[in-house]
Design a protein around this ligand. Structure first.
Ligand code: MG
Length: 232
């Protein structure tokens, strides 16, 4: 008998191929809004956007900037980098980006199978720092919403992972204990350390098998979702 009763999944880069949908959405935006104003190609736009977006996401996660600023500023800064001074385009891109990414939902291989395998044995939950207007439609489009009894979206709860309070909120809401929960995620600092601080065991999903230097040893490491069947 497993000591776990609840399994909590991160969403982006854990169940959904976020890189692929984000890149396709940016490609669409580039064609619609950026091409007319620059000679830079898409790859150049994409790589500078990624750096800017990562930096702003870190600030958002730590509560330094609000969501609205993150949403628009990542495009405004990218355009500025390309010497395109059209702030109104940034706002349009921000709206369009949310719409397009919500529609592009690519599940990682074996997502449906592993959820099907786990559902009879455990209570399943989602915990994501993503935006609610993106994540709910994505769960529906991916056809996986019904596998989850609980969906914890940070902006609805008021705390972003790795803040211990979002984990505590989830434990309370699920009416369980930290030691009976298992957190599955791809981001070491956000999912794994966050869960560990809250007293939960963790599965570090690391498909690229990057060897980060981490003090903490995750409870489990997997490279494919299927590997969860070996111990759950
Ligand atoms: Mg993730």
């Amino acid at each position: 008998m497993s000591k776990y009763s609840h399994i909590i999944f991160d969403l982006d880069r854990t169940l959904f191929d976020f890189e692929r949908s984000a890149k396709e959405a940016l490609q669409d935006l580039y064609t619609m809004y950026v091409t007319p104003h620059t000679k830079k190609n898409f790859e150049e736009f994409h790589s500078l956007y990624k750096v800017i977006n990562d930096g702003l996401w870190n600030e958002y996660r730590r509560g330094i900037i609000p969501k609205e600023v993150l949403r628009i500023k990542r495009f405004a800064m990218s355009l500025e980098e390309l010497n395109i001074h059209k702030p109104n385009i940034a706002a349009q891109m921000a709206d369009m980006y949310v719409r397009i990414t919500a529609e592009k939902a690519y599940l990682f291989p074996y997502t449906l199978e592993i959820l099907e395998y786990l559902k009879p044995k455990y209570e399943l939950a989602i915990m994501t720092n993503g935006f609610k207007e993106v994540q709910y439609p994505k769960l529906d489009r991916g056809g996986i919403r019904n596998y989850f009894k609980y969906v914890f979206i940070s902006e609805e709860i008021g705390y972003n992972k790795p803040d211990i309070r979002i984990f505590e909120h989830a434990i309370k809401d699920m009416n369980t204990k930290a030691e009976n929960c298992l957190m599955v995620g791809d981001d070491f600092a956000v999912d794994i350390e966050g869960a560990a601080n809250a007293g939960m065991d963790q599965i570090y999903f690391n498909p690229a098998k990057e060897e980060g230097k981490h003090e903490l040893k995750p409870t489990f490491r997997i490279r494919k979702l299927k590997e969860m069947e070996d111990f759950l």
